[in-house]
Design a protein around this ligand. Structure first.
Ligand code: IMP
Ligand code: MG
Length: 179
């Protein structure tokens, strides 16, 4: 299957504009703080790179990787951290950067897990949110775009580990795609 996605639902231009706004807001909110920006791999890599460069204060960068062993229809998979932070986040102001908050399971797991390390604060920034799919009431502090309940790929987001490098965000076309 060559092309299983359609036109952008968020264009590169819309993405740029919104990320600039988020960067400004985060810059204001974290000025003077001991700030660590933590990217949740793999999905957040593209958003993270753009967001980090839109933030105009000194900060540490760090990453962790999660898997959730789930298919796209099934959100009940257990979340697990597969790589660790390199920074000690104790007493620091941590902002987690996610690609998308869907059920809320991943965000809740990460906030709970990292809170045990006693950061001064921990907040969540996500590029995308699907409020209709939420099963856990987790606080998301910064949201790029709210999107409808559709499976999207591109700009870091995958379908079966592919399409992350698509430079915009597109809805996955289910037609003829049962593999
Ligand atoms: P949650 O734990 O259910 O909130 O799901 C978060 C994770 O599910 C994301 O980090 C993605 O890896 C994946 N996910 C949820 N919806 C989509 C989508 O539309 N496209 C690609 N990945 C998705
Ligand atoms: Mg994924």
């Amino acid at each position: 299957m060559e092309r299983i996605f359609g036109r952008p639902i968020v264009t590169q231009e819309e993405m740029r504009t919104r990320i600039r706004e988020l960067g400004k807001q985060i810059t204001t909110d974290y000025t003077g703080k001991d700030f660590v920006l933590v990217g949740v791999l793999k999905g957040a890599y593209a958003f993270y790179a753009d967001l980090a460069r839109a933030i105009r204060i000194p900060m540490r960068v760090d990453f962790l990787m999660v898997t959730s062993d789930r298919s796209r229809a099934n959100t009940s998979g257990k979340v697990r951290m597969v790589t660790e932070l390199t920074e000690d986040i104790k007493s620091k102001d941590v902002l987690l950067v996610e690609d998308i908050v869907d059920s809320g399971l991943t965000a809740q797991y990460l906030v709970k897990t990292l809170a045990k390390r006693k950061p001064r604060s921990i907040k969540v920034c996500t590029l995308l949110s699907k409020p209709d799919r939420r099963i856990i009431d987790v606080t998301i502090d910064y949201v790029g775009f709210k999107i409808p309940n559709k499976y999207v790929v591109g700009y870091g987001l995958d379908y079966q580990q592919k399409y992350r490098n698509l430079p915009y965000l597109a809805v996955l076309d289910m037609e003829g795609d049962e593999g």
